[in-house]
Ligand binder design. Sequence first.
Ligand SMILES: Nc1ncnc2c1ncn2[C@@H]1O[C@H](COP(=O)(O)OP(=O)(O)OP(=O)(O)O)[C@@H](O)[C@H]1O
Ligand SMILES: [Mg+2]
Length: 255
Amino acid sequence: MTRTRTWSADPQPAVSDRLRQRLEAQLAARGIAPGAGRSLPADLAPAPLPALEAAQLRIPADYRDAVADHPAVAAWVRAITGSATAPYAGDRHAHYGRPGRLEIRNGPSLLLWGPTGTGKTRQAFGAIRSLTAAGCAVRWHAVKAADLYGQMRSQNTDTEAVLQHAMRIPLLVLDDLGAAKTTAWNEDITFRLLAWRGENHLPTLVTTNLPPTPQPGAGMRQELRTAVGDRILSRLSGMCTAVELSGPDRRYSHR
Ligand SMILES: Nc1ncnc2c1ncn2[C@@H]1O[C@H](COP(=O)(O)OP(=O)(O)OP(=O)(O)O)[C@@H](O)[C@H]1O
Ligand SMILES: [Mg+2]
């Protein structure tokens, strides 16, 4: 892994306060954002942002108000937005302004690791929301590794098509890597997926409970290497910045 960072105050949010207010106002105006039932007077209502609405509906209910407020995740969002291109520059587009819509092509990848309930998946969906709010045309797919294997195994499924979709989508969130039982077949799928994305510099956010490097005092605690094997860990090391999320399990403090 290139480096491991720990939590600290972030002076620069992933999206500006103005942008966030606009985002929240648009969602609230449509009754999409949880707990935001306000509607704005017609003359104050911001222009519609269909991509954001569409993204919001695909995000699990628990994470629809997620914000990428971890400094490393916010920095990753900025890096991706910074490298997005506007291939249709010159076109006028009501929602995205004069330069045309920004599109994500290439960018760095991120590995969020840490104990259960520390907010890894929430940060991942926060990143998707931030990127969409920043005006990027984000074709994204978020899937738990175990679900991906399950989808590919289900009957009457074009296994290769499911894998190719995950391989080529501009932005992939691969959640809970290493949580499924390790089999040679799972390993082969994960290897093909990450090797392709790494070689093509396609931004990928991976989450896992398992440490990517040996941890002092971890004893017999399982490492990512044991779960996914050397070749996959090597790809992850080459493409991802590893970021540890620590702290209590937030699911307990929710109730
Ligand atoms: N910053 C936060 N503010 C409010 N709620 C949060 C925050 N971070 C996480 N949560 C909530 O805590 C719960 C656990 O978060 P999340 O699912 O992201 O954890 P996780 O690290 O992905 O856990 P696991 O390793 O088990 O998948 C969720 O209900 C989530 O919405
Ligand atoms: Mg999770």
